[in-house]
Design a protein around this ligand. Structure first.
Ligand code: IMP
Ligand code: MG
Length: 186
């Protein structure tokens, strides 16, 4: 039940939409309390974080702003290790409380690259919020302030997460089953 085929690979349901919404709810409650009066600037990392950022922003009841950067390191189902900044920031970060919004942290290379770039722009404080964290893969010193949920070191799609561009639109999160789907020739 709940199986899905994307680009010839099989995925099964891992985190239903209701659970994701509860995770985002809980994070928003914490942020509304912690960040009130600081006018935080949320910086969401495209493409993957667009749904998380959208749902989170709808729940922010404090004075805040959001902007976007675009970074990419993944090819297929693993990190290429080479992080590219594809679209830079268009707002002034100096003296702002900046909260990076990421969909998922794996090796942490994407986060590290972004933290390095943003730090040069002299924010007052830099915080990190992530929907999903793979603690077994993460090997980085950057502290993560808000973690929605820790997940195993496996490949996920849905709710913004993609496999070669596919699956971002799914409202649930699915996990790769490692069962190759036989190619049927007609
Ligand atoms: P990192 O640089 O290895 O931490 O990888 C982080 C980025 O790779 C995330 O922002 C995602 O866009 C992507 N990514 C990491 N794990 C997954 C996954 O399981 N599914 C889809 N994308 C992923
Ligand atoms: Mg991403």
């Amino acid at each position: 039940m709940g199986a899905l085929e994307v680009n010839g690979k099989e995925f099964k349901l891992s985190l239903p939409a209701e659970d994701i919404q509860q995770i985002v709810d809980d994070m928003a409650v914490r942020m509304n309390a912690d960040l009130a009066g600081h006018n935080p600037l949320f910086v969401a990392v495209l493409n993957g974080a667009f749904m998380f950022a959208g749902d989170l922003m709808k729940r922010m009841k404090i004075d805040c702003e959001i902007s976007f950067v675009k970074m990419a390191s993944y090819e297929g189902t693993s990190s290429s290790g080479d992080v590219k900044t594809l679209l830079g920031l268009d707002v002034d970060v100096e003296d702002r409380l900046v909260v990076i919004l990421e969909d998922i942290i794996d090796s942490g290379l994407t986060l590290e690259a972004l933290v390095n770039e943003l730090s040069k722009l002299k924010p007052k404080e830099l915080k990190v919020a992530v929907l999903l964290l793979k603690p077994d893969a993460y090997s980085n010193a950057v502290e993560i302030d808000y973690v929605g949920k820790e997940v195993s070191n496996e490949f996920l799609i849905g709710y913004g997460l993609d496999y070669n561009g596919r699956g971002r639109n799914l409202e649930d999160i699915y996990i790769l089953t490692n069962e190759e789907i036989p190619i049927t020739e007609f």
